[in-house]
Design a protein around this ligand. Sequence first.
Ligand code: ATP
Ligand code: ATP
Ligand code: MG
Ligand code: MG
Ligand code: MG
Length: 258
Amino acid sequence: MANSKYEYVKSFEVQDEIMLPNLIVVRVDGRDFNRFSEVHEFEKPNDERALNLMNACAFAVLEEFPDIVFAYGFSDEYSFIFKKDTKFYQRRASKINSLVVSFFTSVYITKWKEFFLQKDLMFHPSFKSRVICCATMEVLQTYILWRQRACHLENLFNTCFWKLIGCGKSQKEAKEMLEGTQKQEKNEILFQQFGVNYKDLPSIFRQGSCAFKTEVEDIVKYKENGAPVKRLRKKIALTHSENVAGRSFWNVHPCLCK
Ligand code: ATP
Ligand code: ATP
Ligand code: MG
Ligand code: MG
Ligand code: MG
């Protein structure tokens, strides 16, 4: 309906271009996953199948959208970070936001069976998402640091909580026991009552997961003189490192700074 008398309504669309040099982040988060995880009998506090499924969805997003270079996630959430100077969909927040979350959700449903072999989906999971606009690299690092802190605090709480449930406490009692406790106290409960050293838990639980684009050198063949012929290949890597927002991590993985 180009140039019709109706077209003026197009100008009523919300203008939402994210201006350069802001960095664009999209965070998706499962809607009501407390219930979703109960209905689908996730192991508590950490169901590895569910985490692996989330990571597989994040990989699919990185493969699908060339301008997304880095992702960090834990529990039912994932943050996706676009390269600095992306022109993707004219940097329009609503388009980018809706594309990432709808693609993520459809992959989650399609891949469900790969990770939950014996379990059918009882209802349709949905994810919500938002755009975070980071004015500088420092703000972006603070954002990631904030999400990784949330991962750590939630995991420490949940680990204590489910240990208390496991030894006969009701959910209400466990919640009350943990209310107002500091990190140190939770570490001590775990160690003294349950013999668990928090630091020994798998790093995927404590640190969350980080998926990012990188390049690896492949040897494609050998010359007659035996010298290898190498080629750079793009690859998506997954790590569960401490401090994904720190200088030491970013210096080694420069995909974000390009
Ligand atoms: P909202 O709709 O506001 O996001 P929510 O119920 O999804 O509500 P969140 O704060 O997002 O609440 O927390 C997600 C919840 O999903 C966790 O508290 C946990 O109970 C559950 N969950 C997510 N991933 C896992 C997992 N891998 N293993 C066990 N439980 C999980
Ligand atoms: P964009 O990503 O910009 O939306 P697009 O390829 O989705 O690009 P649209 O203008 O949204 O383009 O048009 C959707 C196209 O999808 C149609 O032109 C048509 O080719 C195809 N399509 C959608 N629904 C049907 C249908 N029911 N039967 C046949 N073709 C369809
Ligand atoms: Mg949620
Ligand atoms: Mg969440
Ligand atoms: Mg279309």
